[in-house]
Design a binder for this molecule. Structure first.
Ligand code: NAD
Length: 465
C-alpha cells in the first residue's frame, strides 16, 4: 500500500494498493491476450480508438486536473491550460502517426523477387514512468507503443499513479480491447518484476540515470529492447550579444517550470565574462518575480517540490554548493514542501552543484571566455539531454548548437516542445525518442517479405542484385 501525500500541504490524500510482484505476471498475460486482437487491428482502427481517447481525456479535464494537482502540487492552471492540452495533442498526433508508419515500401530489390517491408508491433511493452509529469509521461510511454500495435503494462511512480490509472480506464471506454493498457502500481520492486517478466518484449523507462542502468541490467537476460529517457543537466549559453532581459525571462522560466523538476530544466547558465555581472543581475531580478504558491491560486507560478525528502535533498545540494548564493537558497516554511527559487553565481565547474542533477528550482551561473570554452563547459557533465544558446548572431547560434552533445538545443528560448519533434538525449540521458514519428517507429520492428515472382534461375543467394 502506498499512502499518497499532497505536497502542497503535506496532508494524506489516500492509499493506493501496490501490485504484488507475483501479480505483475498476470497483468502481462492479460495484456498479451489483448495484444492478439490489437496487433491485427488496421492502422485506421487503432487511430480511431486513440482519437476517441483524446476526446475522452478532453472531456475529463476537471477530474484529471484534480488528481494530478493533488499528487504533484503543480499549479492547476499550468496543468489544465498547458500540460493537459499538450497531452491531448500528443494523443491525436500518435493517432495520425499510426496511419503513416514508414517501412511499407515494396520493390524489386533482387531480380525475380518482390520485396515487401512490413512494420510489426513488438508485443507487450513494459513502461515505467516518473512523478514529475505523471500524465504526460504516461501518454508519451503508452501512446506511441499502442499506436504501433503493442500492448502496454505501465508502472507509474508510486506517489503519482492516479492519472495513469484514469488514462487506462478512458482507453477501455474509448473502445480498446480490455486489458490492452494495464497499470501496475508500486516502486522499484514492481518495476523490476515488470522488466524481468518473460512475457514483456520491450522495456521503456523515464527516470533517473541510475534507474535506467537498473532497468537495462534487468532486461539483459531476456535480450529485450530498451528505451531510456533519463536525467538531464541542461546548459544555457549566453553570448555577449544576447538580449539579456529576454534571456533572463527565458532561462528563469526554463529553470523554475514545474519547480525545476524537469529533465530539460535550464540548470547551468554560462555567460560571456564581458556581460557576466549584468546577466547575473538580470537573472536575479527575473527569479525574484517567480511566485511560489498554492496550486489552486491562479497567480502561482510554481508549486512545492514533490516531497519533504526531496526538498531536503535539494537543500543539501544548495548547502554544499561552491560559489555564492545570489538569490533564495532556503526552504520556505510549510505547510507544503516549498523551496525558494535559487541562483548561485561563480560555481566551480567540477563541483557537485554544477555536475549533478538537482531537480529543483536551482540555477548556477559560471562565466566563460570565448566560444570554445563555452562549448567545453556545456558538454562537461555526464548528461546530454537539452540546452539553449542565447545570441543575436544566428550563425554563431547554429555553429555552437552543432557542437553540443545533446538531444535538443533551443536558440533564444528554453523548453518549448512539439508533438512532431523527437524528444530524447545522448550520454547519461539515455537513448530512444519520445514523441514524433520516431517514437512510434521505435515500438515496432521491420520485417522483410521476399516473394519470388519469376521463374527459378540459378543464382547465389548472396550475390548483389
Ligand atoms: P526514478 O528513477 O526514481 O523513478 C522513475 C520510475 O522508475 C519510477 O516509476 C520508479 O518507481 C521506477 N524505478 C526506480 N528504480 C527502479 C528499478 N531499479 N527498477 C525498475 N523501476 C525502477 O525517477 P523519478 O525521481 O521518478 O523522476 C525523476 C527522474 O526522471 C529525473 O532523473 C529526471 O531527469 C528523469 N526524467 C527524464 C525525462 C526524459 O525525457 N529524459 C523526463 C522526465 C523525467
Amino acid at each position: 500500500m502506498t499512502t499518497l501525500i499532497n505536497p502542497a500541504d503535506g496532508r494524506t490524500i489516500g492509499d493506493v494498493p501496490d501490485t504484488a510482484a507475483e501479480d505483475v505476471a498476470g497483468a502481462v498475460q492479460t495484456a498479451r491476450e489483448a495484444f492478439e486482437q490489437w496487433r491485427d487491428a488496421t492502422p485506421g482502427e487503432r487511430a480511431r480508438v486513440l482519437l476517441r481517447l483524446a476526446d475522452l481525456v478532453e472531456g475529463d479535464a476537471d477530474e484529471l486536473t484534480r488528481l494530478e494537482v493533488e499528487e504533484t502540487g503543480k499549479p492547476a492552471a499550468v496543468f489544465r491550460d498547458g500540460e493537459l492540452p499538450f497531452a491531448i495533442d500528443n494523443l491525436r498526433f500518435f493517432a495520425g502517426a499510426a496511419r503513416s508508419l514508414e517501412g511499407t515500401g515494396a520493390g524489386v530489390l533482387s531480380k525475380g523477387y518482390t520485396s515487401v517491408l512490413v512494420r510489426r508491433p513488438i508485443g507487450v511493452v513494459g513502461s515505467i514512468s516518473p512523478w514529475n509529469f505523471p500524465f504526460i509521461m504516461a501518454v508519451w510511454k503508452a501512446g506511441p507503443a499502442l499506436a504501433a500495435g503493442n500492448a502496454v503494462v505501465i508502472k507509474p511512480a508510486p506517489r503519482t499513479p492516479r492519472t495513469t490509472l484514469r488514462l487506462a480506464e478512458l482507453f477501455t471506454a474509448a473502445g480498446a480491447p480490455d486489458g490492452l493498457l494495464q497499470v501496475v502500481t508500486g516502486g522499484a520492486d514492481v518495476g523490476q518484476a515488470l522488466v524481468t517478466d518473460p512475457g514483456v518484449d520491450m522495456v521503456s523507462v523515464t527516470g533517473s540515470t541510475e534507474t535506467g542502468r537498473a532497468v537495462m541490467r534487468g532486461a539483459v537476460d531476456g535480450l529485450k529492447r530498451v528505451h531510456l529517457e533519463l536525467g538531464g543537466k541542461a546548459p544555457a549559453l549566453v553570448f555577449e550579444d544576447a538580449a539579456l532581459e529576454d534571456m533572463a525571462a527565458g532561462v528563469v522560466m526554463g529553470a523554475t517550470y514545474n519547480t525545476g523538476q524537469d529533465c530539460t530544466a535550464a540548470t547551468r547558465v554560462y555567460i560571456d565574462r564581458s556581460r557576466y555581472g549584468e546577466a547575473v543581475e538580470a537573472l536575479r531580478d527575473a527569479l525574484s518575480r517567480v511566485r511560489p504558491g498554492d496550486p489552486w491560486d491562479e497567480g502561482a507560478d510554481i508549486g512545492p517540490l514533490i516531497s519533504a525528502a526531496h526538498r531536503d535533498r535539494v537543500h543539501g545540494f544548495v548547502s554544499r554548493a561552491s560559489g555564492r548564493i545570489v538569490w533564495g537558497g532556503t526552504p520556505i516554511d510549510g505547510p507544503g514542501f516549498y523551496y525558494s527559487p535559487t541562483l548561485i553565481a561563480d560555481a566551480d565547474q567540477s563541483s557537485e552543484i554544477v555536475q549533478s542533477e538537482i531537480f529543483g528550482p536551482v540555477l548556477v551561473a559560471v562565466p566563460f571566455d570565448g566560444e570554445d570554452e563555452a562549448v567545453r563547459l556545456a558538454n562537461d557533465t555526464p548528461y546530454g539531454l537539452a540546452s539553449s544558446v542565447w545570441s543575436a548572431d544566428v550563425s554563431r547560434a547554429l555553429r555552437v548548437s552543432h557542437r553540443l552533445d545533446v538531444g535538443v538545443t533551443w536558440v533564444n528560448d528554453h523548453l518549448p516542445i512539439a508533438s512532431e519533434a523527437p524528444h530524447g538525449g545522448v550520454k547519461g540521458s539515455g537513448f530512444g525518442k519520445d514523441m514524433s514519428q520516431e517514437a512510434v517507429q521505435e515500438y515496432s520492428v521491420t520485417r522483410h517479405l521476399m516473394i519470388k515472382h519469376a521463374a527459378p534461375q540459378a543464382r547465389d543467394s548472396f550475390r548483389p542484385a
